[in-house]
Design a protein around this ligand. Structure first.
Ligand SMILES: [Zn+2]
Length: 340
């Protein structure tokens, strides 16, 4: 565990459990995707079976450690979702495996990745297992969304919270281990929200898409109204992940707001000086409301709002803002036939 980045509190807690020999039969690791939950579960499984633990950490050298690293240890079970869910058949299969004592390990470790994807039947079946846990079996449930788990399941688990990783570590990792050039790596690290997976995806693919999207949004004032609606229609059809695009717009807005309010702020995106000039003329409250508007759009999207309408409202707001006008309710102004 010592070589994993960050998560000192989680490491200390898990090592303390080992020191006191008080290992709960079910642990819940929660935190953003890409902050090290999976790697920690793997290392903890090694520690629980290590034949020569050192200072309450696995040795990485013994037979058990090497077998777990090679994914050939018979007492290490990983349950991954099949398609969209972890299904009842997988939990039934697991229940069958648990009838036997661990084969060669000290404890059998069962890691459920994306535990929030347990469907209802599978959740209830797992709950039954956790209500009467077989001896020497330790469950680790990994999830970025603990609130999506059954409350009864949550109450059976010892909850370990994982924090976002330091952006300095993420930057170093991108440059030194992943070979990403420093300029892009720095942007990706700042946009990663502390997730290494996200930073890698940003630096390889998403960052250039985001840069293109923000540059198109910055050009909205040059479009006619029909051009704006055509742009929105094309964007909604083309995008693979509108939720991610809104995340990008939030960062872009944040970049603009901070650039206006903080003299020494270094923006992540290339910002159009005309837009910054327009934003300078708006009261600070309007800038913050603008950011809230994007948050609200993202929230509506999670409630299955009409994507086209949501994107149109957002683009009209952005267009008004970069014109230096009030951004309030532009879509209702359109509906009422008022001039924009
Ligand atoms: Zn070992």
């Amino acid at each position: 565990m010592k070589n994993l980045p960050g998560q000192d509190r989680a490491k200390r807690f898990l090592q303390q459990l080992h020191r006191r020999d008080l290992i709960p039969h079910a642990l819940l690791f929660s935190g953003l995707a890409g902050v090290g939950k999976k790697a920690m579960a793997h290392q903890f499984a090694k520690l629980l079976n290590c034949l020569d633990p050192q200072d309450h950490d696995c040795c990485d050298r013994c037979n058990a450690c090497r077998k777990i690293d090679a994914n050939v240890h018979p007492d290490m079970i990983r349950v991954l979702r099949e398609g969209a869910f972890i299904r009842i058949s997988q939990i039934r299969e697991l229940r069958h495996q648990l009838k036997f004592a661990p084969f060669e390990g000290i404890r059998r470790v069962i890691i459920l990745e994306d535990a929030h994807k347990l469907n209802e039947e599978a959740s209830n079946a797992l709950l039954k297992i956790l209500e009467e846990p077989p001896r020497n079996n330790i469950f680790i449930l990994n999830t970025p969304e603990p609130r999506m788990l059954l409350q009864t399941l949550l109450s059976r688990c010892c909850h370990v919270r994982f924090q976002p990783l330091e952006s300095t570590w993420i930057l170093e990792n991108l440059v030194q281990r992943e070979g990403i050039e420093p300029f892009s790596a720095q942007k990706a690290a700042r946009l990663s929200l502390g997730s290494n997976d996200r930073a890698q995806q940003l630096s390889r693919e998403t960052l250039s898409q985001w840069q293109e999207l923000t540059s198109q949004l910055g050009s909205l004032p040059t479009l006619s109204m029909s051009g704006l609606f055509r742009f929105v229609s094309g964007w909604v059809k083309k995008t693979e992940d509108l939720e991610e695009d809104l995340q990008c717009i939030k960062f872009w807005m944040r970049d603009m707001v901070f650039s206006v309010l903080l003299a020494d702020y270094e923006p992540i995106f290339e910002l159009d000086p005309h837009i910054l000039h327009s934003l300078n003329r708006l009261p600070a409250e309007d800038l913050f409301e603008l950011y809230d508007h994007v948050e609200a759009a993202a929230h509506h999207l999670t409630l299955n709002a009409n994507k086209q309408l949501m994107a149109e409202g957002l683009c009209l707001t952005i267009r008004n803002i970069v014109h230096g006008k009030s951004h309030r309710n532009p879509i209702s102004q359109v509906r009422q036939g008022l001039p924009l």
